[in-house]
Design a protein. Structure first.
Length: 159
């Protein structure tokens, strides 16, 4: 069993007029309804946070239409999810503690980001610059790029 329940695991629905009148399937990402087949459907996702960043790439090619709604854009950098080379996988399986050491390194890297967000926000300006570069590189439409560019400092609400 793997528990992925973090601090934000309790579903919170936005207060949207008419939401309860919608008659199609509607569910929160924390309570994904696997009985709903999204193939060929028109799908709307409300929010552009971590869940949307994970869900959208997984469903975009199977749905007929995907609409994404956001209040405040997040800082977005390219997803880093490299494949672990076979030699490193084998080393982690055979060298006691190596996997734990690698996990510890990832943990402290994330802690450094959290420290930057809470104690030294200016230390994260390089992430903002990288995110802006990412938007310029990947979104050609100027107006859409403006809508997707965050104006709130990293570490502020909605990071």
């Amino acid at each position: 069993m793997i528990s992925g329940a973090g601090a934000l695991h309790i579903p919170s629905f936005p207060d949207i007029d008419g939401r309860h009148e919608f008659t199609g399937p509607a569910f929160h990402s924390a309570e994904w309804d696997h009985s709903v087949d999204l193939t060929g459907k028109r799908v709307a996702i409300i929010g552009t946070g971590a869940s949307a960043i994970q869900i959208v790439p997984e469903i975009v090619d199977q749905v007929a239409e995907l609409q994404l709604y956001q209040r405040t854009p997040p800082w977005v950098v390219p997803r880093s999810n490299p494949e672990i080379p076979p030699a490193l996988r084998q080393a982690m399986e055979n060298i006691p503690g190596l996997r734990a050491l690698a996990r510890l390194g990832l943990y402290w890297a994330q802690e450094a980001l959290a420290f930057g967000m809470t104690k030294r926000p200016n230390a994260l300006r390089f992430i903002e610059a990288y995110a802006k570069y990412n938007i310029r590189r990947s979104v050609k439409d100027r107006e859409l790029r403006r809508k997707l560019t965050r104006t709130i400092a990293s570490g502020a609400s909605g990071f």
